[in-house]
Design a protein around this ligand. Structure first.
Ligand code: KG4
Ligand code: ZN
Length: 351
C-alpha cells in the first residue's frame, strides 16, 4: 500500500491506496477539516500548522486501522510538498520523512495540483489521458491540457481571484459562513435567474487565440456583486437572486472555456477537479454543453476537496516509475507543475 499525507492548508488528511496493475484502489481515507478557522472567516496559517502537529499522527493511525493493514504492508510514502502554507506543509513533509525512514520505504513529494488531477482516477480506474482539466478550488483556477500523466500544458489561469475564493467572498457578502461555496450553490438554486445580469469576465477573449483566450478573472464580477449588494434595500429578499446571478455568470465562463478547449484540441474527455468541482450546477452544465462531443469526469465531493487519497494516487504513479525524493525534500509555497509543457496557442484539432 502507498500512504498519502496532505497538510497543505486546513485539512489534515491521510489515505492508503493499493496499486493494482498500476490502478489505485482506495483502502482508507481520513480527512479532518480544521474547524478553528471558521470564526476568522479564512485560514489562519499559524493555527493550521499547530492543528496539523496535534492531529496528523492520530489521523494516520486511524487510516491504518481502517485499511485493515499493518505497517509492514506500506511500501511507499507520498506527501504534499507544495504549493501551500509553508508551516502547514512542513508538518506533513517532516512526518512523512520520519515515517518513510523508519519503515525503510521510499518517499515521494507530490505537487498538490497534480494530486487534484489524479482524484477522478480513484473512482474510475480506467480513466486515462488525454483530457482537458479544469482545476478550480479556493486557491487555484487553471485550465490544463493533459496529453499523458505527468505532461501538463497550461492553457490559461486566473489573473486575480481563484473561483472558490470568489464564491467564498461573495457568499460572505450575502451573509453565509466561510467556506461559503456549497451554501452559495444551495441559495442560488432558489434564486430568480432573470433579475441580475452580471458581466461574464473574459468570455469574449475566447474567440481570439492569444494569451487571454483561456484566462479567467473574478475580481470584477466580485466588485459588481458588492455594488449590487450595497444597492439593495432588502438583502433578505434579494440574496438568493444575487447568488443566482453570480453563479450563472461564473459558471458560464468556466463551462464555455473548458468546452471550447476540449473541442479545439479534439480531446475525448474533460474533467473538473478541486473543491469547486463539488458544484453540481457546474458539472451538469459542462456535461450538457459537451454532450455528444466528450465525456465529463467529476469525482465525489470528498475526493474533490483537499484529501490525501489523490496525493497517494499521484505518488503511486510516480513511485512506480522509479522516482524518489531525497531526504532533504523541502516544502515549497509555489512551483509550477512538474512536467509543465510549453503552451503554444491552441489550434483546432485536425479531423
Ligand atoms: O480544493 P479545496 O478543498 O481547497 C483548496 O485547495 O482551496 O477547495 C475549497 C473551495 C472553497 O473555496 C469552497 O467554497 C469551494 O471549494 N467549494 C464550492 C462548492 N463546494 C466547495 N464552490 C462552489 N460550489 C460548491 N458546491
Ligand atoms: Zn486543493
Amino acid at each position: 500500500m502507498i500512504l498519502g499525507i496532505e497538510t497543505s492548508c486546513d485539512e489534515t488528511s491521510a489515505a492508503l491506496i493499493e496499486p493494482h496493475d498500476g490502478r489505485p484502489l482506495l483502502r482508507s481515507l481520513v480527512i479532518l477539516s480544521q474547524d478553528v478557522h471558521r470564526i476568522f472567516g479564512g485560514v489562519v496559517p499559524e493555527l493550521a500548522s499547530r492543528e496539523h502537529v496535534r492531529m496528523l499522527d492520530p489521523v494516520v493511525q486511524r487510516t491504518l486501522a481502517e485499511s485493515g493493514g499493518q505497517w509492514r504492508d506500506v511500501s511507499g510514502v507520498a506527501v504534499t510538498a507544495g504549493p501551500g502554507l509553508i508551516g502547514a506543509l512542513l508538518v506533513g513533509v517532516m512526518y512523512g520523512k520520519g515515517l518513510a525512514l523508519s519503515l525503510g520505504v521510499p518517499l515521494i513529494g507530490i505537487h498538490h495540483h497534480e494530486g487534484h488531477l489524479f482524484a477522478p482516477l480513484l473512482e474510475d480506474p480506467d480513466l486515462t489521458p488525454p483530457f482537458v482539466a479544469l482545476l478550480v478550488s479556493g486557491g487555484h483556477t487553471m485550465l490544463l491540457d493533459v496529453p499523458a500523466w505527468g505532461e501538463y500544458r497550461l492553457l490559461g489561469e486566473t489573473l486575480d481571484d481563484a473561483t472558490g475564493e470568489a464564491f467564498d467572498k461573495v457568499g460572505t457578502m450575502l451573509g453565509l459562513r466561510y467556506p461559503a461555496g456549497a451554501a452559495l450553490e444551495r441559495l442560488a438554486a432558489t434564486g430568480n435567474p432573470d433579475r441580475y445580469d452580471f458581466p461574464r469576465p473574459m468570455l469574449k477573449d475566447l474567440t481570439e487565440p492569444g494569451r487571454h483566450q483561456f484566462a479567467f478573472s473574478f475580481s470584477g464580477l466580485k466588485t459588481a456583486l458588492l455594488r449590487a449588494v450595497k444597492a439593495s434595500d432588502d438583502l433578505a429578499r434579494d440574496r438568493a437572486d444575487l447568488a443566482r446571478g453570480f453563479q450563472d455568470a461564473a459558471i458560464e465562463v468556466l463551462v464555455e472555456k473548458t468546452a471550447r478547449a476540449t473541442e479545439l484540441l479534439g480531446r475525448p474527455r474533460a474533467m473538473i477537479v478541486g473543491g469547486v468541482a463539488c458544484n453540481r450546477t457546474l458539472a451538469d452544465q459542462l456535461r450538457a454543453r459537451l454532450s455528444g462531443v466528450a465525456a465529463v469526469s467529476v469525482a465525489a465531493p470528498r475526493l474533490n476537496t483537499d484529501n490525501a487519497a489523490m496525493i497517494a494516487a499521484a505518488g503511486a504513479w510516480r513511485l512506480a516509475r522509479g522516482e524518489r525524493s531525497d531526504w532533504d525534500l523541502e516544502p515549497f509555497d509555489w512551483k509550477p507543475l512538474p512536467g509543465l509543457l510549453p503552451s503554444p496557442s491552441v489550434q483546432p484539432a485536425r479531423p
